[in-house]
Design a protein around this ligand. Structure first.
Ligand code: SF4
Length: 425
């Protein structure tokens, strides 16, 4: 069953395939991987054990699936970022939960399950866990089509940053690098023309990052990934990005206001550096996906027009907008909760595309309207064309990327109740 029933706007995930690779061979398991972003959960298949990786935005759906299987007497294990953030909530829907990274705990859990001794919680031992010698992901078990990028690999995990809305530091994932030899071997095994790194911030350790880029050069492939503006402080990085085959970078600019950046603890982004970064990437033909967040405490209603003007004027190839989303257990969630500004804890809307809190200088409806206005105006065919015309040899890719966004927006803005009405008191 390799064909998608729908198309995802994401790269192929590696969580399930990595967990599959960690299953001890002596257990002789038959494995089914399902991803509802490109397919359906095979409810008719008879299974013994179900394991679900849970993000905050998918928590409700994960709990629904868990309830379905548990009613049928099938044991359910939940893990992932949301479970690590809110283990007590997740435990209500599972026979067992996994907190933190699962390289050590997942094989142990499976052995316990098969010997009838499944424990309610498995917690990562941070003192012994590393990102080395992990087996190669079982990509043979995953759908190959339906994803924007089918070849995904990880080199690092976690982040050294502490942006106040971000789930990564809140989940205390720390920062780990994988031996470069293992990363390169995994890429060679996939033999792709293009690979996507799904790391949340590749350049937190510049010595490691530059070594990785040097190791990519002989492969003569293209790659894309996420990095922060900090990497551009290193004078060698632009040349190495070019030589290593970087074809796109997603950079979280977040705001064109220094005050807003400092409010969200992302003061390391310096707005005066943005123009140089944009120009440097264009010069080496790297497609820039730049993200901006709306609804920060110093954002008034003029932020939408100012940001769209900035994006068009500086010709950011593929802009992406997000609504400020205070993920549970983050400093921003705690602060807004204390201030009585969290509107609801309806997790499906904690996806950066819906308003979940009361912004300071506008009301929730104005934030949602401004967000939609910004997207519509940015991705008008005429704006996209003008912006991407300067992308040089990347024109067709970036223009097509802009057009693809219009499909995504049609889906998103077709929703009826974009602002969930239940107010938390
Ligand atoms: S938003 Fe990016 S840079 Fe900030 S903490 Fe999260 S992963 Fe790190």
């Amino acid at each position: 069953d390799v064909w998608p029933v729908k198309t995802s706007f994401r790269e192929s995930p590696v969580t399930a395939t990595s967990l599959a690779a960690l299953i001890p061979p002596e257990l002789d398991c038959q494995i089914i991987i399902a991803d509802e972003s490109v397919g359906q959960t095979p409810f008719r298949e008879k299974v013994d054990l179900v394991a679900i990786s849970v993000l905050t935005g998918t928590a409700h759906r994960s709990y629904e699936i868990a309830d379905y299987y548990r009613e049928k007497g099938v044991k359910v294990v939940l893990g992932g970022v949301h479970v690590t953030l809110l283990p007590d909530e997740a435990a209500k829907y599972a026979d067992s939960i996994v907190i933190g990274f699962a390289e050590k705990t997942w094989p142990e859990l499976l052995k316990d399950y098969f010997s009838g001794n499944l424990k309610p919680r498995y917690i990562e031992d941070k003192s012994t866990n590393t990102f080395a010698a992990v087996p190669m992901a079982r990509r043979d078990l995953q759908k190959r089509f339906g994803y924007m990028a089918p070849h995904t690999v990880s080199a690092t995990r976690g982040c050294k940053g502490s942006c106040d809305f971000c789930a990564v530091p809140a989940a205390e994932f720390g920062w780990q690098t994988r031996p470069i030899r293992e990363v390169i071997d995994e890429i060679k095994m996939m033999n792709p023309r293009k690979v996507v790194f799904n790391d949340v911030s590749m350049g937190e350790d510049m010595l490691y990052f530059k070594e990785l880029l040097r190791a990519l050069i002989p492969l003569k492939i293209q790659w894309g990934g996420l990095a922060s503006t900090k990497i551009f402080r290193d004078p060698e990085v632009v040349d190495l990005l070019h030589k290593s085959g970087c074809s796109y970078l997603l950079i979280g600019f977040e705001s064109i206001s220094e005050k807003s950046l400092s409010n969200i603890n992302k003061g390391f982004n310096k707005t005066e550096s943005y123009e140089g970064i944009i120009k440097a990437l264009r010069k080496i033909n790297v497609v820039l996906m730049g993200t901006f967040i709306f609804g920060l405490d110093s954002d008034d209603k003029s932020v939408f027009e100012r940001t769209v003007d900035y994006v068009n004027e500086h010709k950011i190839d593929i802009p992406r907008y997000a609504i400020y989303t205070p993920y549970p257990r983050t400093p921003s969630f705690d602060r807004l909760k204390k201030q009585g500004r969290i509107l609801h804890e309806y997790w499906p809307h904690y996806d950066t595309q819906h308003v979940v809190f009361d912004p300071l200088l506008m009301n929730p409806q104005e934030l949602d309207d401004g967000f939609k206005w910004a997207y519509k105006n940015t991705f008008k065919v005429s704006s996209s064309f003008k912006r991407t015309l300067s992308s040089g040899k990347n024109f067709f890719i970036t223009f097509a990327g802009n057009l693809a966004y219009r499909i995504y927006l049609k889906r998103l803005f077709g929703e009826n109740d974009r602002i969930y009405k239940h107010i938390v008191t």
